[in-house]
Design a protein around this ligand. Structure first.
Ligand SMILES: *Cc1c(COP(=O)(O)O)cnc(C)c1O
Length: 330
């Protein structure tokens, strides 16, 4: 642990701060996936969170932590969609202005939703890094407050509240599978879960196409990876070469990282729909996909986080019919 790490007490404080602003989502058993794994499998239904993803936890905590002067200036972020959506919602609740910068790769459905939530949108460049440069400019020139999607202590602590719920709902969890991109969710959940239940393992799951945290962990320091289109679009983007918190927390707290190809992610979305009767986006399906692909060992009760549901429904229909992943993987 380094001095900058987000601790269990930070996460407990976050929970107090966001109580009443986010849902406590259910965790339910999956008899079907338990059969696949050979151990009890539970699904944490966080895709049912307000705004359709766990990102509302971190956004609500970060906004509630601002002082009055900061609230008056308004917030800004770069986002592949769900963070922007969460910030827009949380800022509106607080009566604040939110500006969201995003790249041209962001799907139209996510953009429309953020606009509907009342945020200002700026579309810049072809990558998360280009969008981030616009954020930096607005911070420097207009004095807006930046709330990044993952590498911020209040964001990580907010996401960690999901981990507290998991251990309350499945006290004997042996393993938690967490969708992994920038690592705010994985760092927060691992800090919470291991803080309360040190013997529980936490494993991150990413898509093979552009897995920045995995490449960085292998290299021993943050590295750049090429951004590629993937069904798990919410897992796209780098971790930042100047990463402050999530790289070291993931290095110290995660027991492993699993990578999945596009066919495997499509199978996860399809399984969620047909067997579990849940609509999830690609990023939200990776924990299910890891079990279906046989990439997880049975060590005891296993909790899979379904992290989001904000998928374009035309794409969802194609995936369920077995078409779309072939296009996106081409
Ligand atoms: C942001 C996001 C993730 C990844 O979270 P990180 O904190 O960036 O690792 C996973 N699933 C969904 C649905 C997301 O929106």
């Amino acid at each position: 642990m380094t001095a900058n790490d987000v601790t269990l007490s930070d996460i407990r404080a976050a929970r107090e701060r966001i109580a009443g602003k986010v849902e406590r989502t259910p965790t339910v058993p999956s008899p079907n996936l338990s059969g696949h794994l050979g151990a009890p499998v539970y699904l944490k239904l966080e895709h049912r969170q307000i705004t359709g993803s766990f990102k509302l936890r971190g956004a609500s905590n970060a906004i509630a932590s601002l002082n009055a002067g900061e609230k008056a200036r308004g917030v800004v972020a770069a986002s592949t969609g769900n963070h922007g959506r969460a910030l827009a919602h949380a800022a509106k609740l607080e009566g604040m202005r939110a500006t969201i910068c995003m790249s041209r790769l962001v799907p139209q459905n996510k953009l429309d939703e953020i606009r509907r939530l009342g945020a200002e949108i700026r579309i810049v460049g072809n990558s998360q890094d280009d969008a981030q440069q616009e954020v930096d400019r607005l911070v420097a020139e207009d004095g807006l407050i930046m709330l990044p999607p993952f590498d911020h202590p209040d964001i990580i602590a907010g996401q960690g509240t999901l981990g507290l719920e998991i251990i309350e709902q499945v006290a004997d969890a042996a393993l938690v599978l967490v969708p992994l991109s920038g690592g705010g969710l994985a760092a927060g959940v691992a800090a919470a879960v291991k803080g309360v239940s040190p013997g529980t393992k936490v494993i991150g799951v990413s898509m093979a196409r552009g897995a920045a945290m995995k490449a960085s962990l292998d290299a021993g320091h943050p590295v750049l990876v090429e951004e590629l289109p993937t069904l798990a679009d919410s897992l796209g983007g780098g971790i930042g070469l100047d990463n402050r918190l999530t790289f070291s927390m993931c290095r110290d707290l995660l027991d492993d990282v699993i990578l999945l190809n596009e066919d495997e992610i499509a199978a996860g979305i399809r399984h969620a729909y047909e067997q579990e009767r849940e609509i999830v986006e690609g990023a939200g399906a990776v924990a299910i996909a890891a079990v279906l692909a046989g990439k997880v060992g049975a060590s005891g009760p296993t909790v899979l986080i379904l992290s989001g549901r904000n998928i374009d429904m035309t794409l969802h229909r194609k995936v369920v019919c077995g078409e779309a992943f072939k296009e996106s993987a081409a």
